[in-house]
Ligand binder design. Sequence first.
Ligand code: BGC
Ligand code: CA
Length: 344
Amino acid sequence: MNKKIISSVLVAAMAVTMVGCQQNKPGSGDAKLPAVGATIYKYDDNFMSFVRTQMAKKAEKKLALTISDAQNDQAKLNELVDGYISKGVKALDINLVTPQAASAIIDKAKPKNLPVIFFNKEPDEAALNSYDKAYYVGTRSSESGELQGKLVAEQWKKHPEWDRNKDGIMQYVMLKGEPGHPDAEARTKFSVESITKDGIKVQQMELQAANWDTAKAKDIVDAWISKHGNKIEFVIANNDAMALGALAALEAAGFKGEKAIPIVGVDAIPDALTKIENGEMVGTVLNDAGNQAQAVIDLTLNLINGKAPTDGTNWKLEGKAVRVPYKAITKDNLKEAKDSYGIK
Ligand code: BGC
Ligand code: CA
């Protein structure tokens, strides 16, 4: 290999490393910031990319935070944690791949007395309770389903024309997130429960997991459209990324404008907010990326400094968890969601 080829290989290798790893470089004067190692279950997740950006922002001037991509591989995540510990980090901020793997992480952190703040994928209570320095920052999963269902019911009542076949029953399809993920399970169950609690009759035409993913959701909805056509009266998605995939499929098949089929999601990611603003999506539920990131950083700092986890903050601990509230979002209150995602 000549020199030129070697150096371009090196540059490529460096670029790959940089993509997988994000760092808050301690600037002059703050070289003594405590080092913290964080993982994201996979960078290729729409919502988590906002949580990640917000964490880096909230850690500025407080922590030397390194964030890495576990590439949807729990074994890889465990290796990242080993690497962090051998580099001497003062705490770990962990978005698990597999919720059941919390105890494996705790087993690594405990002998070094390192605080571990899990976020987004909720571990079992028993795992959290097994270590006094283990905490969880997230949401109450059931709340997102309840709020989404309530939003669907309210809008359905306002729009009698959405009952296309006039049978008084809502024929819906459900796009589920990753099976086994506490948010996916709870949203699927509680959204429908809260629609029917409101006295609305429903009929599930389809339910399939699209694992939180836009492209997968589009493929699934393409197939549903071929099968059911305009018999679908509502699309309920466990998150906005999948709602956007459904929207793309429906619009491509001509279900737009007056023929549009109502769609709801969860998260309030910026792309979904644009669709809500344009009237292409009915609404969503804010999964507050900004405040979840803030709570992770606040707890991390306090625990590193030997303080009570919520010391000097407004967060409330319920057992070992800080739960940031969800909020239903429609055209009428887009601003709150925009603030959480740091958009103007
Ligand atoms: C979000 C999803 C995301 C998942 C990742 C959920 O809380 O709503 O959009 O894919 O977390 O774990
Ligand atoms: Ca109907």
